[in-house]
Design a protein around this ligand. Structure first.
Ligand SMILES: C[S@@+](CC[C@H](N)C(=O)[O-])C[C@H]1O[C@@H](n2cnc3c(N)ncnc32)[C@H](O)[C@@H]1O
Length: 321
């Protein structure tokens, strides 16, 4: 198996050493799993640590917190990621194929931005956002695109709350965030992500796209949009397409299908019993699988005061101990 590391080009090294990448999400993403990694790690399939998993598949990749974590911790030959959000997939493709051009572009953009006054920065943000939305119609999403990926990263780093949210027409509509000197270019993380993406297949599309890559040596982690845990929750609004109850049912059928193929499966979602103790939506959808509850700290709705300890569900088709 090829090592995932790369040679660091440092002048003072007498013998060049293989640098092992420590990738992490290059975007802040609604529902990102960075805060939950330690809890999730306790429930990964034992066959992963035993070196029996050759392919890792994550069909709702978002910012890829679990993907990047696993890639830096375990020796896995191949990764397959997908998402329905085409802007996100474009960014992964660009980092896979053109990371050095992206770093060059972002570092120039960062210098230019930091030299502006506060009001000029705000103006720059809104003109970048308009250009990003205007160019959507003419973008070829199958090819890497350094300028557009730089804009996505820039907007994600400078917008309010650092989220990626689009309106009904698919336009990015998050307002300016007025942060003091936000870091816009982060070369080490981008290169580390790129190193892992060299052994990753990236697909734009529905979660079912990954079917051909699944076999008994595959671990699949599903992190679909949350079932809303209150009527005012905005956690589902990643983009125009909703992930409604019918989609959850379609996913449960798909989960059962991959189970019959012998793959190891883990799925996370919000726990509806945080709101209603009687709600057995997931217990009914996944009656034959292991369901665990883990503590998570996240906002129950858009009102920051309601942040508190709530539980999330993990649904597995194996015993973790
Ligand atoms: C909870 S987020 C994943 C977060 C991710 N685990 C992370 O750490 O950032 C859910 C993702 O599912 C994607 N999505 C929504 N519907 C989808 C579908 N039908 N097929 C594939 N991806 C979908 C959204 O674009 C979003 O990126």
């Amino acid at each position: 198996m090829k090592p995932i590391g790369y040679q660091l080009d440092l002048p003072n090294l007498s013998s060049p050493e293989l640098y092992l990448p420590k990738p992490k999400p290059f975007l802040k993403w609604a529902g990102g799993k960075t805060q939950l990694l330690e809890q999730l790690a306790q429930f990964f399939p034992p066959s992963l640590a035993a070196g029996k998993i050759t392919t890792y598949v994550e069909p709702f990749i978002g910012s890829g917190a679990v993907f990047f974590y696993l890639a830096s911790q375990f020796s896995i030959e191949k990764f397959v990621i997908s998402d329905i959000n085409q802007e996100l997939i474009l960014a992964y493709r660009t980092i896979q194929n053109s990371v050095e051009s992206l770093i060059f572009y972002l570092s120039e953009l960062e210098q230019r931005y930091h030299a502006l006054t506060d009001s000029e920065q705000e103006e720059f943000f809104y003109s970048t956002r308009s250009a990003f939305n205007l160019n959507r119609a003419t973008t070829n999403y199958t090819l890497p695109n350094v300028e557009r990926t730089a804009q996505i990263i820039f907007l994600n780093r400078t917008c309010y709350n650092g989220l990626f949210r689009v309106n009904a027409k698919g336009g990015f509509n998050v307002p300016f965030g007025s942060y003091k000197n936000p870091q816009i270019c982060f070369p080490r993380i981008l290169r580390d992500c790129s190193a892992i993406l060299q052994r990753t297949e990236i697909y734009h599309g529905d979660f079912s796209t990954c079917r051909p890559h699944v076999n008994q040596n595959t671990f699949v982690y599903f992190d679909p949009p949350y079932l809303p845990i209150s009527a005012t929750s905005s956690f589902k609004s990643y983009q125009v397409d909703d992930f409604d109850d019918l989609a959850q049912i379609r996913l449960a059928n798909y989960y059962a299908e991959l189970h019959s193929m012998g793959a190891k499966l883990m799925l996370s979602n919000s726990d509806p019993q945080n709101i209603n103790h009687e709600d057995s939506f997931f217990q009914d959808l996944y009656p034959n699988f292991v369901i665990k509850k883990v503590q998570a700290s996240r906002m129950i709705n858009s009102n920051g005061e309601k942040r508190g300890k709530i539980t999330e569900l993990l649904i597995m088709n194996y015993e973790s101990e």
